[in-house]
Ligand binder design. Sequence first.
Ligand code: TYD
Length: 138
Amino acid sequence: MKPTTIDDCKLIEIDQIGDRRGHISVVENNREVPFEVKRVYYLYDVPSGEERGGHAHKELQQLIVAVSGSFDIVVDDGTKKETFSLNRPNKGLYFPAGLWREINNFSSGAICLVLASHTYDENDYIRGYQDFISYKQR
Ligand code: TYD
C-alpha cells in the first residue's frame, strides 16, 4: 500500500493582511506550502454541475485555494473518501501525491488556484480509477 492517506491532506490557514482597502494573502515556498512552487495554474469559467480532476499524481504536491467563490474537493485514498469545502481566499488545502481527487460543486465565478511542486508532466498522472487502486496496492 502506498502510504499517503486522507490524513496527510491539511487545511492551511493563510495569513490575511488587511485594512479598510481590502486584504492581501501571501504564500511563500517552504512556509505556507511545504514545497517549492514550480507551477501555478487556475480553473475558472467552470459551468454549473461540471466536475474537474478525476485523477491522481505520483509525485506532484499541490496547494489548492478558492481565490474566488467556492467548490468541493472529494479526496479518495483508495480506502476512504473525504470532502473538503473551500470557500475562502485565505484557506488552502495541502494535497500530497498519491491521492485521487475530484473537484465539484463549483459556485458561479469560482476560481480554483493551484500551486504545484513540479512543472506539467503527463507521466505523473494516474487517470484511471482502477489504475489508481492497483497503484495503491502495489
Ligand atoms: P487536467 O489536469 O486533466 O485538468 P483538471 O484536473 O482540472 O480536470 O488538465 C486539463 C488539460 O490541460 C489537459 O489536456 C492537460 C492540460 N494541462 C496542461 O497543459 N498544463 C498544466 O499545467 C495542466 C494542469 C493541465
